[in-house]
Write a new protein. Structure first.
Length: 421
């Protein structure tokens, strides 16, 4: 488990702030607003009381990082003249071929891959495969929920949104590139066999982990991040909360769009993302087996948040603008206008008028939702109950993914960002 002692390199005013409080300023910074936003989730999760011990831990772990990842990054940024430095080429070779393929591997690299390569006893490969299949068959519904409720919905709170803005995500082109990278990763995770050691989902997940550690280290050092206000740039609480958006929130959102997910399929999806979270370096006690456990945790993460910041509205606006600027082939202008209108309509369904106004987005009627729900009910009640029907849903999901890739990458190669060393 990551130490709750937090960063060892805080200096000056930041250290004094940290000594005065175990939490950053944003912790529980907008309690009434968080209660309003969380009403539905509290009901769905069956939360009958607030767990103050859990909230305390969430606040404290805003100062906790992925320590194995941080140790690797320190070795990557060590002076060339010193011993034990890890090169990007060594990391890439170990990731692609295994640590045994790296001659005289530096100790930090060997320790990191010893942790990453050790498969926990609780991992069930068959259950992971089943969960990946469920996500693939959700197709466009999964993409809708992850973009609208998980990603843009998350911009209603300060902290992670401000870090994204600091790393240059406010332009439409950059926002869509980053969206494409995120969708590439989530798509890879859900492919057959992808989470086995040489699978693309495994490789990209570890890549993302090290990217997070590099960004965290950079912003801890560069003086541009208000640690006393936000906590560490990439911290355990935000990472665990984000992971919950891909598991519990995905399942909940899919149900609200008419897709039925059985108890067995729910457990499988949770298991897939539990293993992903392990590879990302999320604390083991915040990796959940059941949807309800995850939703209870998500509710407490929501209560721990601060208020809206300008970065959230800017990022949301960049994504809405970007969705309307993607090239969609024939009748491009008309289809682009429809895509933007559909996105705003569905965002109103998820966020309500207050959420749209918080993000400075135009408030529209949720006209796009009923057709989506109707289509998903057919998918669940008819196609989902037979093997040929499930194969058809799988093919439809793959076709949507190919169309989406062509738009996001303009016909180029799907990829995620290079490590920012």
């Amino acid at each position: 488990m990551t130490s709750l002692q937090g960063p060892g390199r805080l200096h000056g005013a930041e250290r004094r702030e940290r000594d005065a409080s175990p939490y950053p300023e944003r912790f529980r910074g907008a309690p009434e607003r968080s209660l309003r936003i969380g009403r539905v989730l509290r009901h769905v999760a069956g939360v009958d009381h607030v767990d103050e011990d859990l909230l305390d831990l969430i606040g404290r772990r805003m100062y906790a990082r992925d320590e194995p990842g941080a140790a690797l990054v320190r070795a990557m940024r060590a002076p060339r003249s010193g011993g034990g430095r890890v090169t990007m080429a060594q990391f890439g070779k170990a990731l692609d071929e295994g640590i045994a393929a790296v001659p005289d591997a530096p100790a930090a690299l060997a320790r990191f891959f010893a942790q990453v390569d050790e498969v926990p006893d609780w991992v069930d490969p068959d259950l992971i495969e089943r969960g990946a299949g469920v996500v693939r068959r959700l197709g466009r519904t999964a993409a809708d929920v992850l973009l609208q409720l998980s990603l843009i919905g998350g911009y209603r709170f300060g902290g992670p949104a401000d870090l994204l803005a600091e790393t240059g995500g406010l332009s439409g082109a950059t926002a869509m590139r980053r969206l494409g990278e995120t969708e590439t990763w989530t798509h890879a995770v859900a492919q057959p066999g992808a989470m086995r050691r040489r699978g693309e989902g495994f490789r990209l997940t570890v890549h993302v982990r090290v990217m997070h550690a590099l960004i965290n280290d950079r912003f801890e050092r560069n003086g541009r991040w208000e640690t006393g206000r936000w906590g560490l740039p990439v911290n355990q609480s935000d990472q665990a909360g984000t992971l919950g958006l891909f598991s519990g929130t995905l399942l909940l959102g899919a149900r609200f769009l008419g897709r039925q997910v059985s108890a067995e399929d729910s457990l499988a999806v949770m298991h897939l993302w539990k293993y992903v979270g392990h590879l990302l370096g999320v604390d083991e006690d915040w990796l959940f087996d059941t949807e309800r456990e995850q939703n209870v945790f998500n509710y407490h993460v929501l209560l721990a948040q601060g208020g809206q910041t300008p970065a959230g509205g800017a990022l949301a606006g960049a994504l809405v603008h970007g969705e309307g600027s993607l090239h969609r082939g024939r009748l491009n202008a008309l289809r682009a206008r429809y895509a933007r209108a559909r996105l705003l309509s569905m965002l109103r369904y998820w966020l309500g008028r207050e959420g749209m106004e918080d993000l400075r987005l135009p408030v529209r009627l949720p006209w796009a939702v009923p057709p989506v729900v109707a289509k998903n009910l057919v998918a669940s009640l008819v196609l989902g109950h037979s093997e040929p029907g499930r194969r058809q849903l799988d093919r439809a999901g793959a076709a949507f993914r190919r169309r989406r890739d062509r738009m996001l990458f303009d016909g180029g190669r799907r990829e995620i960002g290079a490590l920012p060393l």
